[in-house]
Design a protein around this ligand. Structure first.
Ligand code: URA
Length: 270
């Protein structure tokens, strides 16, 4: 509640503070009661020695995020051990090596049909995806669904995920450590979903999954091979991210060309 001061100064200050908080990434209420973070924390009572003292948590399951390089190492080991998509999801639920998990509401794993002929990989969940625990359900997702329908695809004929399984707070760019901790799971995700074709959406997914360092304008629409963890490499194509198309609708023409190329590849599958 803002006290009225006649000239509206308090109201303006409160709105400016809200703007600042949103710009800093604090764009969601996470608790019903306000907490004063400037207050010093209450002292923690010393832990008793002996049988009641908690055992040290095993590596990879501690509540605090692990050091970045440890996160990626643990991710590689954990991901290599799982043999089914359900187990991969469970491994991610238990994984503590990516700091994003601690600010996200939900794990955002995948939507669509595992085993579908084409797998799409985007960048990171946004606020709506974080709430729903499903990728591409916000504005970008609605456009992606329209793009899929251009070539007769839907949730039964496509499988959709991201290179990050948790929303970065305020949609900030992920750190290298956060991306590195998710990548082994993404690679295992592809290997277990076994798509015949792969499409990356936007530059970050293209860089991370396909290792293409050039700009998306140059690389989009060109088919390359993706073979990490697969017995036989599969064709993969980078294209624009739907969020970019929402900001630059004129580029939908290029996406249309890319999606037609995808349709041709799908039709040519045996
Ligand atoms: N953008 C993405 O890259 N992924 C989502 O899930 C939503 C928006």
């Amino acid at each position: 509640m803002v006290n009225e001061d006649g000239d509206g100064t308090a109201r303006r200050k409160a709105l400016a503070l809200l703007d600042w908080l949103a710009a800093m990434g604090a764009d969601e209420a996470v608790g019903a009661t306000p907490a004063d973070r400037r207050k010093p924390p209450a002292p923690v009572p010393a832990l008793a020695e002996g049988p009641l003292a908690p055992a040290p948590a095993p590596i990879g399951t501690a509540a605090a995020p692990l050091a970045p390089s440890q996160g990626a190492t643990d991710a590689r080991e954990l991901a290599s051990r799982v043999a089914r998509l359900d187990d991969l999801r469970a491994a991610l639920e238990a994984f503590e090596g990516c700091a994003l998990k601690h600010t996200a509401t939900n794990l955002v794993f995948a939507r669509g049909r595992p085993g579908a002929p084409v797998m799409f990989i985007g960048e990171a969940p946004g606020a709506e995806e974080d709430r729903a625990g499903l990728p591409f359900v916000g504005a970008s997702g609605r456009l992606l669904d329209v793009m899929l329908s251009w070539i007769g695809l839907d949730d039964d004929s496509a499988y959709i995920t991201n290179i990050l399984f948790w929303r970065p707070p305020g949609n900030r760019s992920p750190t290298d450590a956060e991306s590195a901790a998710c990548l082994p799971f993404v690679r295992r995700h592809i290997a277990l979903a076994r798509p015949r074709l792969l499409v990356t959406l936007g530059r970050p997914a293209m860089n991370a999954v396909l290792g293409i360092g050039s700009g998306i304008n140059k690389a989009r629409g060109r088919w390359v091979e993706y073979g990490e963890g697969l017995d036989t490499p599969i064709p993969a194509m980078p294209t624009f991210h739907p969020a970019y198309l929402l900001r630059n609708p004129a580029q939908k023409r290029q996406s249309w060309i890319d999606f037609l190329s995808l349709r041709e590849r799908l039709d040519a599958l045996d």
